[in-house]
Design a protein around this ligand. Sequence first.
Ligand code: PBG
Length: 344
Amino acid sequence: RPLAVETARESARAEGLKITQRPRRNRKAEWSRRLVREHTLTVDDLIWPLFVIEGERRREPIASMPGVERLSVDEIVREAERAARLGIPAVSFFPYTEKALRDPTGSEALNRNNLVCQAVRAVKRAVPEIGVMTDVALDPYTSHGHDGILEDGAILNDETVALLVEQSLIQAEAGTDIIAPSDMMDGRVGAIRAGLDKAGFRDVQIMAYAAKYASAFYGPFRDAIGTQAALVGDKRTYQMDPGNGAEALREVALDLDEGADSVMVKPGLPYLDIIRRVKDAFGVPTFAYQVSGEYAMIEAAARNGWLDGDRAMVESLLAFKRAGADGVLTYYAPRVAERLRANA
Ligand code: PBG
């Protein structure tokens, strides 16, 4: 051994540091770490987003989201049953709409028998105890890939909101439990709440994508629903500027005022500061969306052997709890639920 190390050991043994605070004492064993742990991730925190395609017994891999597949409605039902067995409280559906069904106003969104409505009905019939959430926005159905009606290069706000109200009613009729407007039009939560109440859907919840940023991290999702290639321009005239924080609080305040039951911050990991600020300012049920790009980054590194995928998955999800989130939408939901169960 080098001499310096010997000397250091000797003097440490002889006197040590004169400190009374030794935070490491609490970390010395697993039992103690468990006792002092401030935040935990449980299966109760999870919402599982699933992609729906046409057909039967069909499972189609998504290249940019390894481990995630598009599923036909019968397969969605099997996965919802699995989610219920694992104790996952809720699932959420996103459709891959055939090109031929897409048009400039997203009229397939208003088809009572579209893929999302089929999935909602089938899952509510087969697994009534699981919560079902559906996205309200036009982008899976529009030929230009935008969340609203596009006219002369601009997204029309109020005209779009009128369609979103119709879309919400159709999803509510199909039996959805939570309407999740992800479009970022102004005034849509209030309009949807009024529409739902008028039609007698007083108990259908609204989880507002309140602080949704114009983000590069949605790339793989747009692959998954087939809008990546179609998207004309970007979504920066309605989704938020990544440079803004206070504006997120304003968006949340408006959505709560308009009747949102819970709010969401999206993406997740790059916006943990926003989750914390929202939770502190409003104290309402606050959710994070660990979006497709976040999932893809972890999976890409894990599949290259660059990090431990399971540990990165759990650590990233726990971070949302620490930041103040009550729950997380995550493509990892079944995998992390299985892991939590195995370690329980
Ligand atoms: C559509 C919508 C998007 C996501 C959820 N709903 C994409 C977008 O706004 O372009 C992204 C989810 C993800 O990336 O996992 N309104």
